[in-house]
Design a protein around this ligand. Structure first.
Ligand code: NAD
Length: 437
């Protein structure tokens, strides 16, 4: 099949590359010329494990092309995917301008039956909106399909190539058949392709992300109570995670969720509910808890240093919103750094992949270091924000010799309490006993 992808970011590039890998001829379109130039010269502008091998093979074999030209890019394509940004508006609703702008152009550009597939996360009713927008200028038959994406950054290729399920929202049998054909190579193990109405499909994406954000937040609340009552949230996690009704995943307590999806999707669903005059109470609680959870350790750092962080040097390990990505959108690290700097501290930060993105922000009083140990030199404390594997078994003796104070504030519960005792660290984590000399 010949297909086009409009928007070549995390979702668009992975979608395009993976569909090329299954034998389709794919053109990825983006308005960012720098990004397209880089891709055309064989360089991927994001960090995504496993993507490069597929990208290079398919580009070399002529199945994966890039352009900034929309007219050229969609020529001859049966299926056009929209993988465009849907950032939050000030009131929390999803900004649909990117999607509607492109839809407005597509009408006059399609010259045969075309399926326009929306992969962006969009509120219920957007498929209809896109259809109406395209139809204003369209002279040919077309269908608009909702096909939300569930890939996770960091494991995006694996998620895309082996999806738990594929959701296709359409009432057109013709479109559904073509979509099933396109996805068939990815669901050979029998994972379902669920065909449903457009509105349910759009809602499924928001419900999935909001549920996961709620699960994380619930566990963070349990952790906060564990701290007060002297219980250990890690034990509680194991205790409840083994219950098959609950499941082991998304139960790790920490300093909140971030990233380009959970925060904006929870907000957007709350706004949708608001507009429908439905008081979706739990979502409002989730958002407010997560905001305070993100900077929960700042209070503890301040207490530790008698409310005075002026000229204190705080090492921060982890800047990406989660491991295996360079994405810093809505990363808890940024909220923490902002608070630390506001209190007068100097931050020495390290991240295996997201360093450059933070350097580009030119944050005052923030030094981005070349490795985790450089960040620790003369640090008054270490704050762990992202659970990169490299932080899990560090050289504790070396850490001690580099730091001014042996104190770790761990937002991801990376270490056993006994290990911290053994090495003589003061150790403050989430939902567990604090260790002090
Ligand atoms: P992104 O910001 O990484 O990529 C979007 C791309 O679209 C950018 O490269 C931008 O330059 C391009 N673009 C903007 N306007 C354009 C136009 N008019 N024509 C062509 N290109 C244009 O965003 P993303 O993370 O890939 O997310 C895209 C959508 O997918 C969002 O709705 C998001 O919520 C959803 N989503 C994201 C993820 C994720 O993990 N990132 C997962 C599932 C769903």
């Amino acid at each position: 099949m010949k297909i086009s992808i409009i928007g070549t970011g995390y979702v668009g590039l992975v979608t395009g590359t993976c569909f090329a890998e299954t034998g389709n001829y794919v053109t990825c379109i983006d308005i960012d010329k720098g990004k397209v130039d880089s891709l055309m010269s064989g360089k991927i502008p994001i960090y995504e494990p496993g993507l490069e091998v597929l990208f290079q093979r398919n580009q070399r074999e002529g199945r994966l092309k890039f352009t900034t030209n929309l007219t050229e890019g969609i020529k001859g394509s049966t299926v056009i995917f929209l993988a465009l940004p849907t950032p939050p508006n000030e009131d929390g609703s999803a900004d649909l301008n990117y999607v509607i702008d492109v839809a407005g152009k597509l009408g006059s550009l399609i010259s045969e039956y075309t399926i326009i597939v929306n992969k962006s996360t969009v509120p219920v009713g957007t498929t209809e909106l896109v259809r109406n927008t395209v139809s204003q200028k369209a002279n040919f038959e077309f269908d608009v399909v909702s096909n939300p994406e569930f890939l996770r950054e960091g494991v995006a290729v694996e998620d895309f190539m082996k999806p738990d399920r594929v959701i296709i929202g359409t009432s057109s049998e013709k479109a559904a058949d073509l979509m099933k054909e396109l996805y068939a190579p990815l669901v050979r193990q029998g994972n379902p392709v669920l065909i449903m109405d457009e509105r349910s499909s759009e809602m499924t994406k928001y419900a999935a992300n909001s549920f996961l954000a709620t699960k994380i937040t619930f566990m963070n609340e349990v952790a906060n109570l564990c701290e007060i009552l002297g219980a250990d949230v890690d034990m509680v996690r194991k205790g409840i995670g083994t219950d098959s009704r609950i499941g082991k995943r998304f139960l790790f307590a920490g300093i909140g969720y971030g990233g380009s999806c959970f925060p904006k999707d929870v907000q957007a669903l709350a706004k949708t509910a608001d507009e429908a005059n439905y008081d979706f109470k739990i979502l409002n609680a989730v958002m407010s808890i997560n905001e305070s959870q993100k900077i929960k350790l700042i209070q503890k750092i301040k207490t530790y240093f008698n409310q005075d962080l002026k000229e204190k040097t705080i090492a921060v390990w982890g800047l990406a919103f989660k491991p295996y990505t360079d994405d810093i959108r809505e990363a808890p690290s940024l909220a923490n750094i902002q608070e630390l700097v506001k209190e007068g501290a100097v931050v020495k930060a390290y991240d295996p992949e997201a360093a450059e993105n933070v350097i580009n922000l030119s944050l005052p009083k923030v030094v981005v270091c070349k490795d985790e140990y450089e960040a620790l030199k003369d640090a008054d404390a270490l704050l762990i924000v992202t659970e990169w594997p490299v932080f899990r078994t560090p050289q504790f003796e070396r850490m001690k010799s580099l730091m001014k104070n042996r104190v770790i504030f761990d937002g991801r519960n990376l270490y056993e309490l006994d290990t911290m005792r053994k090495y003589g660290f003061n150790y403050i984590s989430i939902g567990r006993k604090e260790i002090h000399d």
